[in-house]
Design a protein around this ligand. Structure first.
Ligand code: BG6
Ligand code: MG
Length: 215
C-alpha cells in the first residue's frame, strides 16, 4: 500500500540544472578552464561540495578547504541570483496537475533533495505548502546515492520504505531511492535511468491511478 511520494526537486519539480551549470561554468572559467554540458550531467543530484570537488579535479586545480568554501559560497550567490527569478511558470509541465490528483487521495507528499536552497526555490514557485515533509540538504549528512535523504523523508512522514515511491531524474538519485528499499519512478530517459522501476519522460498527462497500477 503506497502512503507517500518522495520527490526530488531539481530536474523533477523545476529545471534548475541550467542555472547550476551557468554558475559552475563561470567559476571554472574564472579559474581558467571550461566544463561542458555533458560534464554537467554528472553533477545532477550531487551535493554542492562534492560537485565542486569533481569540477576542480576536472580542471586539475587543487585548493585549500577555505578556498573551496569561498568558491562554493560565491557560486551559490550567483546561483541564487538566477533562481530567485523563478515563478510558478517554471514548475515542470504536469507537476501541478499530478499534485492535485495526489491531494484527492490520502497519499502524502515529501521532498527528498540534497539542495540547501530547496525551501527557497519551492517558496519562489509557490509549492512550499504542498509538502507534508521536506528533507533537504540542511537536514542530511550524506548525499545521494546514500539513501539517507529518502529514509529521513519516510521517517518524518511516519511510513516504512515499502510504503513510499521516489521520483528522481538523476542516476545518483535513482540509486539512493533503490538503496532506501523504495520503488523509483525515473523522470528522464530509460537508457540513462536503468535502475528505476519505471521511467517516464515527465508528468504531463500522468494518471495517478494508472501509475499505481503499473508500479
Ligand atoms: C541537487 C542538484 O538537487 O542539489 C545538484 O541536482 C546540486 O546539481 C545539489 O549540486 C546541491 O544544491 P545546492 O542548491 O545546495 O547547491
Ligand atoms: Mg534531480
Amino acid at each position: 500500500m503506497i502512503k507517500a511520494f518522495l520527490f526530488d526537486l531539481d530536474g523533477v519539480i523545476v529545471e534548475t540544472a541550467i542555472f547550476h551549470y551557468q554558475a559552475w561554468r563561470k567559476m571554472a572559467n574564472d579559474l581558467g578552464f571550461d566544463i561542458s554540458e555533458e560534464f554537467n550531467e554528472g553533477l545532477k543530484g550531487v551535493s554542492r561540495m562534492d560537485s565542486l570537488d569533481l569540477i576542480l579535479k576536472h580542471g586539475g586545480v587543487e585548493l585549500s578547504e577555505d578556498q573551496k568554501l569561498e568558491l562554493a559560497a560565491k557560486k551559490n550567490e550567483h546561483y541564487l541570483s538566477l533562481v530567485s527569478k523563478m515563478t510558478p511558470d517554471d514548475i515542470l509541465p504536469g507537476v501541478q496537475d499530478f499534485f492535485k490528483q495526489i491531494k484527492q487521495t490520502d497519499v502524502k507528499i515529501g521532498l527528498g533533495s540534497v539542495s540547501k536552497n530547496a525551501k527557497m526555490i519551492l517558496e519562489g514557485v509557490g509549492l512550499l505548502d504542498d509538502f507534508d515533509a521536506i528533507i533537504d540538504g540542511t537536514k542530511i549528512s550524506k548525499g545521494k546515492p546514500d539513501p539517507e535523504v529518502f529514509l529521513k523523508g519516510a521517517a518524518e512522514l511516519g511510513f516504512s520504505q515499502n510504503e513510499c515511491i521516489v521520483f528522481e531524474d538523476a542516476v545518483a538519485g535513482v540509486e539512493a531511492g533503490k538503496n532506501a528499499g523504495m520503488k523509483v519512478v525515473g523522470i528522464g530517459k530509460a537508457e540513462i535511468l536503468t535502475k528505476a522501476d519505471i521511467v517516464l519522460a515527465g508528468f504531463e498527462g500522468l494518471e495517478l491511478a494508472e501509475l499505481l497500477r503499473q508500479i
